[in-house]
Design a protein around this ligand. Sequence first.
Ligand code: CA
Length: 228
Amino acid sequence: MKILLVEDEKSIADFIKKGLSEEYYTVDSASNGDDGLSLALVNRYDLVILDVMLPGISGIELCRRIRKEGIATPVMMLTARDTVRDKVAGLDSGADDYITKPFSFEEFLARVRALTRRTRDVVVELRCGSLLIDPLARRVTVGNREISLRPKEYSILHFLVVNKGRVLSRTRIMENVWGYDFDPGTNVVDVHMKALRDKLGEASAAGFIRSVRGAGYVIDEPPELPGS
Ligand code: CA
């Protein structure tokens, strides 16, 4: 699940980002309306969270613009004022929900879940050979054995399986799993990939993930065994 957060108040942005990352969401963030709009137009998100008062274009204007472009991604507004007028303006611009600051993270998360449920309901189990991912429970099994993964390892595996058979570059993996704010010089993908492969390798001698020299990583569907 990939979320775009547009919030200029750094402490709130950091709080939300940290909390969502712990819940396995990938978060891109922008601190002004114009950067937020560019990200929303270029990338595909499962949810967009917009502060109303932003430098550059406002959250309301941003929401209006993405709806005008035909982007139907659920939008949640963060509003500082609990007035009927603000709520109406937000909903009129095409937002699906709003939450008034300050809010408890628990309530915020419940709303995030509700808004992303529509997308999630259509997600079925993902399979690659004997590897099975249940995206709702975030459960990974190989054969009947459950593999315990850390959030980033899970996100990498999920991304690979969704793109089964396609070679994914480190940059694409970074963008998808770590979000927009990453250091391109880092070897964090390789480090996590190694941990992930070790964990999967323990469960199956076959090894699932292949590295393609100079290109990236790919997960292949194993060939069907005769008679299976
Ligand atoms: Ca603000």
